[in-house]
Design a protein around this ligand. Structure first.
Ligand SMILES: Cc1cc2nc3c(=O)[nH]c(=O)nc-3n(C[C@H](O)[C@H](O)[C@H](O)COP(=O)(O)O)c2cc1C
Length: 211
């Protein structure tokens, strides 16, 4: 036991960056907002956003809505086929790029700095408070399972869509904007995020206050 503790201390001392990168998000605010039917009635894609710096509370609320754990059994705010939970949600902000870890409700800092432009060429993308990028991790699917490669890919888009509708309704509830988008700098993002051939690009979504 003593030896294990010493070994752990050595690892922590040698790799401080690894242990420093995970940030616990504040508890998400799970009540409030307008009624769901009112939010559906107000849902639309915004055409422009106000640039700004997201607070950790805003990020926590958004990521929980987009794909956090909403039950004691660890299942999420959106459905996934066979509960594969294969969607990695990245949050691009003015100051950093984060990967969301729904189990534990933490974020991992992938890069410091403003990389919002990489998620799309349209001018408003670089201004949205948060750009969410939805990358499917196909390694979450069982090898040799029933699903064909194209069915797995289709499920990735369905999962992204289900999560993004949560975000659309949340934005409507706040009186803020959201916009689903395709077309991003795949090469730049692959390098920045360290993606492999097991990762599929699906869609992204801008979120934040509107002018
Ligand atoms: C799969 C998908 C891809 C989209 N891609 C883009 C895009 O690349 N750029 C853009 O400005 N809007 C994009 N949109 C937003 C649509 O243009 C928008 O949803 C459509 O005009 C209908 O408007 P509404 O969402 O306000 O009802 C996309 C929407 C979806 C569902």
């Amino acid at each position: 036991m003593k030896k294990l503790a010493v070994a752990l201390l050595v690892v922590v001392a040698l790799c401080p960056a690894v242990f420093a990168e995970d940030i616990a998000l504040p508890e998400p605010e799970k009540t409030g907002g307008i009624g769901v039917v009112d939010a559906v009635a107000a849902r639309q894609s915004a055409r422009d956003f106000v640039d700004g710096e997201v607070t950790m509370q805003q990020l926590s609320n958004l990521l929980w809505v987009a794909g956090g754990v909403n039950r004691e059994d660890g299942k999420l705010t959106f459905a996934t086929a066979m509960n594969t939970q294969d969607m990695i949600i990245y949050a691009f902000t003015k100051t950093a790029v984060y990967r969301y870890n729904p189990q534990g409700h933490t974020v991992t800092v992938i890069a410091e700095g403003d990389y919002r432009k990489l998620t799309g060429g349209q001018a408003f993308v670089a201004k949205a408070l948060v750009d969410l990028l939805y990358i499917q991790d196909t390694s979450k699917w069982p090898e040799g399972g029933r699903a064909t490669p194209s069915e797995i890919l289709n499920c990735g888009f369905a999962h992204a869509g289900l999560s993004m509708q949560n975000v659309y309704l949340y934005a409507a509830s706040l009186g803020w904007g959201a916009r689903t988008r395709m077309n991003f700098d795949r090469e730049g993002l692959t390098k920045l995020l360290g993606l492999t051939d097991k990762h599929n690009f699906t869609l992204m979504q801008c979120f934040g206050p509107k002018p």
